[in-house]
Design a protein around this ligand. Structure first.
Ligand SMILES: CC(C)(COP(=O)(O)OP(=O)(O)OC[C@H]1O[C@@H](n2cnc3c(N)ncnc32)[C@H](O)[C@@H]1OP(=O)(O)O)[C@@H](O)C(=O)NCCC(=O)NCCS
Length: 167
């Protein structure tokens, strides 16, 4: 069974297993890791998880049978990152991709966003992010704009509270 759980110290080992699969670098979308976070040691992990819980907005880990499959974050409307990055960020560990995990997790977070009054939910992705673009179609998102950011083009989507549910 897939679950969204809040960051928790008890999942350090399972989380590290997923983290190792991504390889080096800060590319784990949806996990809220910064260059200053020590996620390797128990103390550092506890501090980082505590910071995530205390931050504005919400972070969840996507867990199945004790295995961390990915992370998903919902930025609060006042967060300065919303304009550039949208409300939602997410990432799925490579070995768990292509079986609907991100689609499921996004559906859960869209429901949460609706309950707390975020409407529409803005999602920003690179124009070459075929996975996210497919999901936007599933959730009947509106393409609001395409923008150039340096050498990449990004798409900005809006998912209204009345979005269609896939499947
Ligand atoms: C994008 C990402 C989150 C998708 O996760 P996922 O769990 O594999 O997605 P799903 O299995 O729910 O698939 C969603 C849709 O995207 C399609 N898809 C997923 N990866 C794809 C790819 N590489 N190329 C083409 N289509 C892809 C799936 O086929 C599915 O469409 P369908 O239902 O019509 O078949 C994952 O690849 C990832 O973590 N990428 C790196 C981080 C990232 O890009 N985050 C998003 C930033 S906006």
């Amino acid at each position: 069974m897939l679950e969204l759980v809040r960051p928790q110290v008890g999942l350090h080992e399972a989380w590290s297993d997923a983290h190792a699969e991504w390889g080096p670098g800060l590319h784990e979308d949806g996990f809220g890791i910064t260059p200053y976070d020590d996620v390797e040691t128990d103390d550092g992990f506890r501090t980082w998880a505590g910071r995530l819980i205390a931050r504005r907005g919400a972070y969840w880990w996507i867990v199945q049978d004790g295995r961390v499959l990915g992370g998903i974050a919902l930025r609060s409307p006042g967060d300065e990152g919303v304009q550039q990055l949208g409300h939602v960020g997410y990432g799925i560990r490579p070995s768990a991709r292509g079986r609907g995990v991100a689609t499921w997790a996004l559906g859960q977070v869209l429901s949460h966003a609706s309950r707390i009054g975020i409407d529409p939910v803005v999602i920003v992705c690179r124009e070459d992010n075929a996975g996210t673009i497919a999901m936007m179609e599933h959730y009947s998102a509106t393409l609001v704009s395409t923008e150039r950011r340096g050498s990449v083009r990004v798409r900005r989507y809006a998912v209204s509270r009345s979005h269609k549910r896939p499947g």
